[in-house]
Ligand binder design. Structure first.
Ligand code: NDP
Length: 480
């Protein structure tokens, strides 16, 4: 069975413990490779390698760093098909989705920050005729990056790229559930001759490898994307040490559809924003509020279109949805469907596992599920399910829509559908959410601030925000 390796100090190495964790293909429900079960020793080796590489990497010019990072981007592009297949096999998402979204975005993350760093400037302030302040933005040191399983290479590189471009060295831990493309990125680093120790990739589970990285005294800052409970644990370790943190956490995003929306566009996009990637995107809308005038029409069209979705083999280009990422997550999603029924919800479509034939007969598939009849305060509507499950509920006024949108502890993303400019701006002003989409969804511009309010996170990624996070401002005041 293929064994993945850690990538430390420029070399592929086995875990110090010699122990491995099973890695599953979720569409088949079977183990297909083994992941290093890394712990403190591996993390220590990686952090030491990153520390040794820091003086060399941080003193390269922005152009030189940019050239190195572009090599990663270009090589990802050359291997796009191979990486997309690997991502699909590891995560369960359709190959077409990984080909169109995940891997191109990983390529673009590197290209974006490799070019962005060339334009990253700092301020100067003329304080008096002979007094000037200028602000240096210096690389900080060893950056720890921890990412989740839903968009594996996409989110992994979204952190690594700005950290490296800004001049830091990196120790990164991908999710143990989807480690394969991170391993392939290690191979790419070796293929392009990336300088040893600048990027280190250490595999393993959260409680061992992740925890060892977070608790390592010689990391300087940490960028984390994952669940809110994990984020709280990490913050409790790093906050008393006064280490810089960026936390991109969970969501329970509202999708608010007004009577005056462009019905067809709203319907088409809502199908996507509900169930893309099996609903396992932190930005998916899972609470759908529909204004009463079109409630029944929208509900019926939404249910009909959803019930036609093909849930199938991720390799089949006709599969609209693939497998749920892991058995525990599959069981969690199904348990929330049961909870919704217990809470009095009516399943309008879906609500059950899908059992495929052939090589996928043991895979973890769930039919896209729409639930009606729940109030906004029930657990189904308050807790993050992170699967192909949405609830629908009518509303009357825009004030009520704001109250519904804001009624959870999360505030990551919201989608608003209306043709009325004033209504859209009222919602944009009042919904407490880091990202608001009006008449669109997941239309990303990598320059924009990305992140959530409330329990959805601390800090923002993207554009200059990311480069600011990964640098330390130092003000210099000169009087002459
Ligand atoms: P988790 O919080 O379980 O895990 C995220 C990462 O943290 C994984 O690499 C995990 O390792 C690691 N980890 C787990 N425990 C610890 C620990 N104690 N110390 C250090 N690292 C740890 O999240 P999921 O992987 O389940 O991802 C789903 C969550 O991510 C959802 O809540 C989703 O909303 C959120 N998310 C947020 C996004 C945003 O931008 N705001 C984007 C995408 C997802 P391992 O998996 O190996 O155990």
């Amino acid at each position: 069975m293929f064994k993945l390796s850690n990538y430390i100090d420029g070399a592929l190495v086995p875990p110090a413990s010699g122990q491995y964790i099973d890695n599953y293909n979720p569409a088949k429900g079977e183990v297909y490779s083994l992941i290093p079960d890394s712990g403190e020793e591996d993390m220590d080796n990686a952090v030491k390698a990153a520390r040794r590489a820091f003086p060399g990497w941080s003193t390269l010019t922005a152009d030189q760093r940019s050239e190195w990072i572009m090599k990663l981007s270009n090589r990802i592009n050359e291997k796009l098909a191979e990486l997309a297949e690997a991502e699909s096999k590891d995560n369960g998402k359709p190959v077409w989705l990984a080909t169109q979204v995940d891997i191109p975005r990983a390529r673009d993350n590197f290209a974006f920050f490799a070019t962005g760093i060339k334009h990253f400037a700092s301020e100067s302030h003329q304080t008096a005729p002979k007094v000037i302040n200028y602000t240096l933005k210096q690389p900080i040191g060893v950056a720890a990056c921890i990412s989740p399983w839903n968009l594996p290479l996409y989110l992994f590189t979204w952190k690594i790229a700005p950290a490296l471009a800004a001049g830091n060295t990196v120790v990164a831990k991908p999710s143990e559930i989807t480690p394969m493309t991170a391993h392939l990125l290690s191979e790419i680093c070796i293929e392009v001759g990336f300088p040893a120790g600048v990027l280190n990739i250490v595999h393993g589970n959260g409680p061992n490898a992740g925890n060892a990285l977070v608790n390592h005294d010689d990391i300087d800052l940490l960028s984390f994307t994952g669940g809110t409970a994990t984020g709280a644990k990490i913050a409790s370790v790093l906050a008393p040490k006064f280490k810089k943190m960026s936390l991109e956490l969970g969501g329970k995003n509202p999708n608010i559809i007004f009577d005056d929306c462009d019905f067809e566009k709203a319907l088409k996009t809502t199908l996507n924003s509900s169930f893309a990637n099996q609903g396992q995107i932190c930005l998916c809308g899972s609470r759908i509020y529909i204004q009463r005038g079109i409630y029944e029409k929208f509900r019926d069209a939404f249910v009909e279109a959803t019930s036609k979705f093909k849930v199938g083999d991720p390799k089949d280009p006709d599969s609209r949805m693939g497998a749920i990422v892991s058995k525990p997550h599959y069981e969690k999603v199904l348990s929330y469907i049961n909870l919704a029924k217990e809470e009095g919800g009516t399943i309008l479509t879906g609500g059950e596992a899908v059992h495929l034939d052939g090589e996928n007969k043991n895979g973890w598939f769930i039919r896209p599920t729409i639930i009606e009849g729940l109030d906004e305060q029930c657990r189904t509507n308050q807790e993050e399910i992170f699967g192909p499950v949405v609830t629908i509920q009518p509303f009357d006024t825009k004030e009520e829509a704001v109250a519904l949108a804001n009624c959870t502890c999360y505030g990551l993303a919201a989608t608003i559908w209306t043709e009325n400019l004033s209504t859209s701006q009222f919602m944009a002003q009042n919904v407490k959410s880091g990202i608001i989409w009006i008449n669109c969804w997941l239309l990303r511009d990598l320059r924009t601030p990305f992140g959530g309010m409330k329990n959805s996170g601390v800090g923002r990624e993207g554009g200059w925000e990311a480069l600011r996070f990964f640098t330390e401002p130092k003000n210099v005041c000169i009087k002459y």
